[in-house]
Design a protein around this ligand. Structure first.
Ligand SMILES: Nc1ncnc2c1ncn2[C@@H]1O[C@H](COP(=O)(O)OP(=O)(O)OP(=O)(O)O)[C@@H](O)[C@H]1O
Ligand SMILES: Nc1ccn([C@@H]2O[C@H](COP(=O)(O)O)[C@@H](O)[C@H]2O)c(=O)n1
Ligand SMILES: [Mg+2]
Length: 244
């Protein structure tokens, strides 16, 4: 059903060129020299929060928030963070923050975002890891991640855990396009050419990740049509049923 909705707009045959080569070629991996440090630091984070010190701290509750471009992930995450006491880590915002830093990595990220492709996972996961470490929150929303299988695998390898739940905002592509063209946030990827590329990436690389977590019983799908408040009411009902 999800593929039908997204496919409707994609008149040109799907080409893999618009999907990220990094996500497909697996040419990017954390350098062996860097991995032990990252694992060690993060292990301490989860170990200390797993109550190993006998304290009342515990591993963070992690919710991945997925959905197509313009499905309303950021809008709903802002509401969830405010009403349910979650830290909101937006993968896209974290990447745009790196661009704003003027770093060489930021220049690479900008070019990839302009093309609607997926940034190499070791860059994105390392930035998310740092944000989680700094936040030290008990409940974390990771918005717009994982965007592909490589993202998912890199997170499990580096962070050493899976999400507790995955929230999927399901929205028809024509509604997503309408919302993005009206977003007016000055984003380099809010133009019809890039939006079409992002929709191809969503169908070819993001949906398989949703399918994976669905097969593990972790996906909670929310109908993302209607007003933001109506959708948030559905989120409230879900969180109530999960006792969150
Ligand atoms: N239910 C809604 N109805 C109408 N407009 C909405 C709704 N939810 C969000 N919007 C608007 O649509 C635009 C996209 O929303 P948002 O940024 O939350 O989407 P997103 O899924 O995070 O997109 P991206 O993946 O591009 O970051 C914003 O301008 C937002 O104000
Ligand atoms: N896991 C991710 C998340 C995002 N990107 C890139 O950032 C763009 C914007 O993301 P939003 O969630 O803010 O829409 C996205 O289109 C990708 O180019 C990524 O590479 N990996
Ligand atoms: Mg967003």
């Amino acid at each position: 059903m999800w593929r039908r909705r997204v496919g409707a707009l994609l008149r040109s045959p799907r080409t893999s060129s618009s999907a990220s080569s990094a996500c497909q070629s697996r040419r990017h991996h954390l350098l062996p020299s860097e991995e032990p440090l990252a694992l060690n630091r993060l292990a301490r984070l989860f170990t200390s929060q797993a109550g190993s010190d006998g304290g009342d701290t515990q591993k963070p509750f992690i919710a991945f928030v997925l959905g197509g471009p313009g499905s309303g992930k950021g809008t709903q995450c802002t509401k969830i963070a405010s009403d349910f006491g979650f830290a909101h880590l937006s993968a896209g915002d974290i990447l745009r923050h790196e661009i704003a830093s003027g770093s060489e990595k930021g220049e690479l990220i900008l070019e990839i975002i302009k093309e609607g492709r997926i940034v190499p996972s070791e860059i994105t996961v390392e930035l998310i890891r740092k944000a989680m470490e700094m936040n030290n929150a008990k409940r974390v929303l990771i918005d717009g991640f994982p965007r592909c299988e490589e993202n998912r695998i890199a997170f499990e390898r580096i962070v050493g855990t899976e999400p507790d739940i995955v929230i999927f905002f399901d929205c028809p592509e024509d509604e997503m396009v309408k919302r993005l063209l009206g977003r007016n946030q000055g984003r380099v990827d809010d133009n019809i050419e890039t939006i079409k590329k992002r929709l191809k990436v969503f169908e070819s690389l993001n949906i398989p990740v949703v399918d994976y977590y669905s097969s593990r019983g972790k996906v909670h799908k929310i109908n993302a049509t209607g007003t933001a408040d109506e959708i948030f009411e559905a989120v409230r009902r879900l969180f109530s049923s999960l006792r969150l």
